[in-house]
Ligand binder design. Structure first.
Ligand code: AMP
Length: 180
């Protein structure tokens, strides 16, 4: 699968919604990619190709759009899927990480036993988009705090208005498909 062709298809299928959820935000809507069977499959084939050599143990997806791509990729790679959720949603004992938003803060969680008994599990973090990188940074800290080894963080989209990738590179490798 050719990266340039995929980038072009993502560009065509991801919809920009101005002023959502509040004025000034250019929201990148991936539902118009998901309902396109050809492009969704093209994307998953590309990610499978990239990650099948690494022998991952788990794919961890960030709520909620990271669940869609993460779970689809995990089954293709024969890896487990681990959800990283907003605070208060996970039923079992969890570890929490707080991170800054533009105004205020948010918190995400992971189950303490998300990687079972495995020590140093090889984990890929995935989300649809990286903006400030706050969510991803918290996700990586959670993975590592319960004994996992976050070997890469993968995003479909990177917003170049924010200088996030350098922040994340302190913790792990970063791979983004389309930079806009
Ligand atoms: P950040 O922590 O600033 O990197 O924000 C990343 C998280 O917020 C991801 O889970 C994204 O899905 C979501 N997000 C941030 N900005 C946007 C945007 N412009 N369009 C769609 N989702 C966004």
């Amino acid at each position: 699968m050719n990266l340039e062709i995929l980038q072009n298809e993502l560009n065509k299928t991801i919809r920009n919604v101005p002023d959502f959820p509040k004025p000034g935000i250019q929201f990148k809507d991936i539902t118009t990619l998901l309902n396109n069977a050809k492009v969704f499959n093209m994307l998953m084939e590309f990610l499978e190709e990239r990650y099948k050599k690494i022998d991952l143990d788990f794919v961890a997806g960030i709520e909620s759009r990271g669940f869609i791509f993460g779970a689809a990729l995990a089954t293709r790679l024969n890896a487990g899927f681990v959800p990283i959720r907003k605070k208060g949603k996970l039923p079992f004992t969890s570890v929490v990480e707080k991170y800054a938003l533009e105004y205020g803060f948010d918190e995400i969680e992971i189950h303490v036993d998300a990687f079972g008994d495995m020590q140093n599990a090889k984990v890929l973090l995935i989300d649809d988009l990286i903006a400030t990188g706050g969510t991803a940074e918290a996700g990586i800290k959670l993975i590592n705090s319960i004994g996992g080894n976050c070997i890469e963080a993968c995003f479909l989209l990177r917003l170049l208005d924010f200088d996030a990738v350098d922040k994340i590179k302190r913790y792990t490798k970063v791979f983004t498909i389309l930079d806009i």
